[in-house]
Every structure is written in structure tokens, then in C-alpha cells.
Write a protein that binds this ligand. Sequence first.
Ligand code: C5P
Length: 236
Amino acid sequence: MKKQAELFNGKAKTVYATDDPDKLILHFRNDTSAFDGEKIEQLDRKGMVNNRFNAFIMEKLEAAGVPTHHEKIISDEESLVKNLDMLPIECVVRNISTGSLCKRLGVEEGMDLNPPTFEFFLKNDELHDPMINDYHILSFKWATEDEIAQMKTLTFKVNDILTKLFRDAGMLLVDYKLEFGRYQGALLLGDEFTPDGCRLWDIETRKKLDKDRFRQGLGGVVEAYEEVAHRLGVKL
Ligand code: C5P
């Protein structure tokens, strides 16, 4: 597999073409960003930790019946993935209230949400990823009705699989964001699943073990990611 032109340079990952048009290389960089790129820092080892963590989670999901773009790790900071036609949509499920939900709705932090909430956001940095609903998605043809149904089903299936996985390792999966894309007529989970895109709290102390440590300047960001990986048995 030959690495070719850089296709896209995101806030924490770079995407490269390969000599196979159906495959891409994802490079997980050490860059860490928050507040729509206003705060950016390089955190040693983060690219490697996230690459290995992401592969571990994607393999667990695939084994449990969630189709993903992940193929294999090809270096410390790089993985080979299927070349999806990404939908411009973020799917967020929340099991505990915090973050933008509390700001938006004025609800208390730390409430158990039963049932969990599901939200769609439009992927658009300039507009700060506004919340959208099914009707916007259909009217603007960002996805079909069937794809909307699949995104909801798969995102909740991920919740069933991962809440248990993290709980068994002493952590609460508070909330997370997923992105999907089209590949040969099917909808697959794309992007990444790492502590950059979810919230994880220690089950006993509620210590934050995710990117909120960076957003809130709490320090020990990569150390927390490594602790999560260690608790799950991810080899770093
Ligand atoms: O900020 P908010 O509370 O809406 O985030 C909900 C979840 O989605 C968090 O786990 C956050 O890390 C993730 N998220 C993300 N990328 C975004 C927006 C949210 O990974 N652009």
C-alpha cells in the first residue's frame, strides 16, 4: 500500500490517498484542538495512543456487528481505512447531561439520561456545527430517510456495546460523537472513536478521562488517555 497525496488536513488527523482508490490512510497527529480550533497544542504520544485506541474500539464494534471503515494499523500513528463518502453530519448520544446540552437547555450537569438523548449536528466549523434535525437533513439532501434511520440504529448500537465495555473497565461513557459515510452501497462508521470525541468519567470518582481535561486546562491529558487504554487492555 503506497501513501500518496495529502487529501485533507483536519484539526487532529491528516488523510492521505493511497494507490488503491478504495483505501485511505488516516494519520493521527499529536495536535489537540478545542473551541473550533481556537486552542491548539501538541501533546506528545497522543497520535500513537489515539491510533491504537481507535483501532481497538473499531475492532470491538466490527466484531459486535457495527460495520466500520477500519482496516488495520500500518504504523504508530497511521491506520488504513476504507474510502468513504462522508455525510456532513455528526451524531451525538448522551447518557449523562454535561457539555453543550447543559448550556443549550439550562439543565443540571450530571443527570442520568434515561433514555439517552440523540442529536444531529451539521459538520461546519464556520457555523460552529449547528444542531439540525431529520427535516433539515432531508430538505437539504445531506442524507436519505433510510440513512437517517441507520445512523440512529447504529449510534445506539454503539452505545449498547461501549457503555458495557467501559463500565466493565470502571468508566462511564458520558457522551460521544460518531460520523458515518457511504461505501459500496452501505453506510459504515467512519472518522474515529477516541477520548478526543467522547466523554469518559471514572465510575467511582467521576474524574474526567477525556478531552475535557484539555478543554478545561486540567492537565494530564495524554496520561488520562493512556489510563483509559490501560484499563481496557489496549496495547500501547
Ligand atoms: O460539546 P458537546 O457537549 O455537544 O459534545 C458532545 C460530545 O461530542 C462530546 O463527547 C464531544 O467530545 C463530542 N464532539 C466531538 N466533536 C464535535 C462536537 C462534539 O467529538 N465537533
